[in-house]
Design a protein. Structure first.
Length: 127
């Protein structure tokens, strides 16, 4: 087996992408992306060197760098210390560390997730 099978794809810090980034694997963006990034079932990491001007859509989004755009996550959004986000967040869960800069609206609703059956709690999980 190759070691690269489970490691995320990476956009390096000198790479500039204008347009639409789509995929079915985890991705680390450490460069400049303008447009949209869509990883419906996967994890998107915005690295510490990243300068992103794009709408982001993924299962989980981890922000360490700079983002100008809206984020939609079916799972969790994490804003780490030192990051900067200007845009709205729609997600199931949100974690914001101290010293994260965030300007925008937050919508933490079940609507983004697959609709839960009647009688299920918002958190779900094993009983």
């Amino acid at each position: 087996m190759m070691a690269t099978d489970n490691s995320p794809a990476r956009i390096g810090k000198t790479i500039v992408i204008c347009g639409e980034v789509k995929g079915k694997e985890d991705l680390i963006v450490d460069g400049r992306v303008e447009g949209t990034v869509n990883l419906a079932e996967n994890r998107l990491t915005i690295g510490p060197n990243a300068d992103v001007a794009a709408d982001l859509s993924a299962r989980d989004v981890l922000v360490l760098g700079k983002v100008k755009g809206n984020i939609v996550a079916t799972g969790r959004v994490e804003l780490r210390s030192g990051c900067s986000l200007e845009g709205d967040i729609r997600a199931l869960r949100l974690a914001v560390e101290d010293n994260a800069v965030f300007r925008g609206k937050v919508d933490l609703t079940q609507a983004v997730a697959k609709t839960a059956g009647v009688g299920e709690t918002a958190r779900g999980g094993a009983a």
